[in-house]
Design a protein around this ligand. Sequence first.
Ligand code: F6P
Length: 309
Amino acid sequence: MNAAIRAVIRTCVYYGITPFGIYQGYDGLIKNKFKKMNAGSVKHIIHQGGTILKSARSLEFKTKEGRQQAWKNVKEHDLDGLVVIGGDGTFNGAMVFGEEHDFPIVGIPGTIDNDIYGTDFTVGFDTAVNTVVDAVDQIRDTATSHNRLFFIEVMGRDAGFIAVYSGIAAGSEEVLIPEKDRGIEQLFESLDRTSQRQKSSRLVLVAEGDRNGSVYDLEDEVKERFGDRYETKVTILGHVQRGGRPSCADRVLASRLGVNAVEALMDGRRNEMVGVRNRKVKFTAFEKATKQNPEMDDELLRIADIISI
Ligand code: F6P
């Protein structure tokens, strides 16, 4: 997100616009946490994880009174437009606020889950999957040395992109995701099939939103079904996935989206998210840029199935 913030601020300066950073998202908009920025305010941040502007989930912004207070602050600072960075909650808030006050807002997709319609990738996803792949590679060492079956939970409350991408890249035996629930039987079948091959390690990547229960439930079910056939272990990767040095791909994507977000506002665009699809910058109305339009690629699941045989 820092790379996106940096690009937004620097683009404003480049075009002679005075930029303000708003701390803690919508909460800061309500509580008047505005700070005038310049090109130097965002120096040496492109390589840092997290966000210098900090982040918050604002319940108050969901109320009319909260948004009214935010509007007062926007007017007081004489803002001409707003760039928001986040996932579908951020875009929903932007849509309501923008329409309520006829105010131009452009969004940048920023979530490690990659679950936003209208862009091939969201800011943070590439860094997160690289972190997961590194971790899974390391887990593989123990799994192989000790002939173990690991259930590894990765983030993805409602989406399986992290699980599928890192599953393919780290060579996991199975991937369980919320979008395509193939049931626990599919896992049993796959374990049965591969047991003929006497694999020395087995890794099952499970998105946290998977519908078959927690990784611990899965472990229990496998024990119940197969008895002592597998020595099982569980790892939950958790928030290591949400931080760390951003990858090159994320920095470039965020920079590109940041520049285009400001230019879009200058061109009179509003109520839209800027994304990249097939290597081209594309705009999608906030209304469509939500989780309700997931695009899990069946092709990727097919690849994962074939190469994990
Ligand atoms: O929404 C993105 C996400 O990374 C989810 O995959 C995960 O469940 C959640 O954030 C974790 O959020 P928090 O840190 O607020 O628990």
